[in-house]
Design a protein around this ligand. Structure first.
Ligand SMILES: Nc1ncnc2c1ncn2[C@@H]1O[C@H](COP(=O)(O)OP(=O)(O)O)[C@@H](O)[C@H]1O
Ligand SMILES: [Mg+2]
Length: 248
């Protein structure tokens, strides 16, 4: 569904992605792990055209998205739902308005249809009847679920999750992980999840990739990756301070 080939990205003289190649399989969940500050969010933003590479090719459903501009980028984004690291809700809008936002921006649905769709999607994420609440009245886990409802309301083909459970307690983490799995199954979508939670990674991933030093150093079917002998990968999943991954 998504294929990155030799993607390189510099910020000033800092090389964040170094001739990176990765394939995201259609209808499956691919989890990307890697140390904090290692370029995971930058990688995800390349997939949706929010950041352009200095070099390389990014194919989404067979189309190279690197040269796309303006209107074409907007068209491309309709394929995607994205749950940002901080949920990124509009604080002045209530939950219903937040979730309805993409429909109002990109479709000509009638108000009654929008209301019905918002109600259905909020139910799907376990927040039925919460339309009138303001983001400031919600817990972290509820905000994430509202963000997820907004990400899936346009029936995207691809959902990108940037650290969906960071900052949540273990129970809410499990709730969100289960939602990711259920949504993927129900909608049959292609998912890319960035995570630094190892348990969650093995729970939700069909495929697993590790980003290190700007490259994908380990990739494979999640269960098989338990046997992966790459020293950086081993260090990361075992959570050891000693090893090839250095702290910055
Ligand atoms: N828009 C930007 N401009 C300059 N530097 C950036 C920008 N976005 C990210 N970076 C830098 O790129 C590196 C990788 O960032 P990021 O992808 O957010 O890491 P991660 O998500 O793995 O924690 C960091 O050093 C960060 O400071
Ligand atoms: Mg990040």
């Amino acid at each position: 569904m998504i294929r990155l080939s030799n993607v390189t990205k510099y910020f000033k003289d800092q090389c964040v992605l170094d001739s990176l190649s990765l394939q995201i399989q259609k209808g499956k969940t691919t989890v990307i792990i890697g140390k904090s500050g290692g370029g995971k969010s930058v990688l995800l933003k390349h997939m949706i055209g929010l950041i352009k590479p200095d070099e390389g090719e990014i194919l989404v459903d067979g189309m190279n998205i690197v040269p796309l501009e303006g209107k074409e980028i907007n068209e491309l984004r309709k394929k995607f739902g994205m749950l940002f690291q901080n949920a990124a809700l509009f604080d002045s809008m209530n939950v219903g308005e937040n979730v309805a936002f993409p429909l109002r921006e990109h479709t000509r649905l009638k108000e009654s249809e929008i209301k019905e769709k918002v109600a259905r999607t909020l139910k799907l994420v376990g927040l039925p009847g919460s339309q009138e609440k303001l983001p400031s009245q919600l817990s972290g886990g509820m905000r994430k679920r509202v963000g997820l409802a907004r990400a899936i309301i346009m029936d995207p083909e691809i959902i990108l999750y940037d650290e969906p459970t960071t900052g949540l307690d273990p129970i809410m983490t499990d709730v969100i992980d289960n939602l990711i799995i259920d949504t993927q199954k129900k909608l049959g979508v292609t998912c890319v999840v960035i995570s630094h939670d190892i348990d969650a990674t093995f729970k939700v991933a069909h495929n697993l990739a590790m980003l290190h030093d700007g490259k994908i150093i380990a990739f494979g079917e999640a269960r098989a990756m338990r046997e992966c002998k790459d020293p950086a990968f081993q260090q990361f999943i075992e959570g050891r301070a000693e090893g090839p991954i250095k702290l910055v």
